[in-house]
Design a protein around this ligand. Structure first.
Ligand SMILES: *Cc1c(COP(=O)(O)O)cnc(C)c1O
Length: 343
């Protein structure tokens, strides 16, 4: 394994980060005449803590990691973009990723002018480990994996993910956005042994805070320091931090259990329907189904004001729809429309 710092872009290695007023003085009481804020209190007149210390402590306790191994971003999208901005030299380096998978890895690569090398999953959506490693060359800085994978729904065996982390000489990003719905365990426990591993999670899915835009990244402290220097200083606003802090105190376990139970029920019902050719196994809060004519069924659902995601143009997903698990009532409405649909 190369030293992580050797993988970092030269301009980032040499960066002098912006120093905020609150970086220079960290106390919380006093007369603050350092940041050109309006002094009249309205609960939002002060800049947020750029290190998000309080929220980090709360998340770190829930995830059983030290705060030094945690980054909080404006959605996972910020963390994905930072991976490119920190590690990949535009027009020189490349990133390897699976297909089909989450679209943002590719979009963020394009924005950063980084070549993408997509390796198609096996027909049963399992991980082509050797093909992925064969796609790597000396300019491959990042390898993106998503487990459970969006849009296929399956989680990859932990041994395979770890095999790639051990054998690839660059940064492996494992996106665990759906890990709370999975029977597979998170890779968080192996972080201390793998300095080239970045794990992404989010408060958007199981935690129910998609509207607050809070993505999480976990990695060795050296990588998290790079994230801290390259991010916008005040990437998380005061309102989002306060609301998240409140919402993190509630127990979402019951909601997750209910969604997993509904996932089983929805899959079982769908399997009995003639229009449904295949229901793929899911470790996430959605199911991917293959149907006879995805566009026709999609339109039928839309006509009944039920919106699902048409994934039929995605590599390996011909005639596939991705259906998010909703409340039992919402799911029932979706199931009835599909049941009554004659293609
Ligand atoms: C939904 C999702 C995310 C979460 O994105 P946010 O920007 O944190 O809302 C991340 N990765 C994958 C694969 C997803 O499906």
């Amino acid at each position: 394994m190369k030293e992580v710092l050797q993988l970092v872009r030269k301009n980032i290695r040499e960066l002098t980060p912006y120093s905020t007023a609150r970086d220079e003085y960290k106390g919380s009481i006093g007369v603050f005449l350092d940041a050109n804020e309006n002094p009249y209190n309205n609960d939002y007149n002060r800049y947020p803590d750029p290190t998000q210390q309080q929220l980090k402590e709360q998340v770190a306790a829930i995830k059983h990691v030290p705060t030094e191994q945690l980054f909080i971003g404006n959605g996972s999208d910020e963390a994905i973009d930072l991976c490119y901005r920190i590690f990949a030299e535009p027009r020189e380096d490349n990133a390897v990723m699976i297909a089909p998978s989450y679209g943002m890895y590719k979009v963020a690569a394009a924005i950063n002018d980084i070549e993408v090398r997509q390796v198609q999953l096996n027909p049963d959506f399992s991980l082509p480990v050797e093909k992925l490693l064969a796609a790597v060359d000396e300019h491959t800085k990042l390898l993106f994996l998503c487990s459970p994978n969006n849009p296929t729904g399956n989680a990859f065996p932990r041994e395979q993910l770890l095999d790639i982390v051990c054998r690839f000489q660059g940064i492996v990003v494992v996106d665990e956005a759906y890990i709370d719905f999975s029977e597979q365990s998170s890779l968080l426990d192996v972080l201390p042994d793998n300095p080239n591993l970045i794990i992404l999670q989010t408060l958007s899915k199981a935690w129910g805070m998609a509207g607050l835009r809070l993505g999480l990244a976990f990695a060795a402290p050296e990588i998290m320091q790079l994230f801290a220097s390259v991010k916008y200083p005040y990437n998380i606003n005061v309102a989002a931090m306060r609301l998240a802090s409140e919402l993190l105190r509630r127990n979402v376990a019951m909601e997750v259990i209910e969604l997993k139970r509904e996932r089983v029920r929805v899959a079982y019902r769908l399997k009995s329907m003639p229009t449904i050719l295949e229901v793929y196994p899911s470790d996430a809060n959605f199911v991917l189904v293959r149907v006879e004519n995805a566009r026709a069924l999609y339109n039928e659902l839309i006509n009944h004001e039920v919106i699902v995601r048409d994934r039929s143009t995605v590599i390996g997903c011909n005639d596939c729809l991705r259906i998010t698990i909703g409340t039992p009532k919402e799911n029932e409405r979706m199931l009835e429309i599909i049941e009554n649909f004659k293609s």
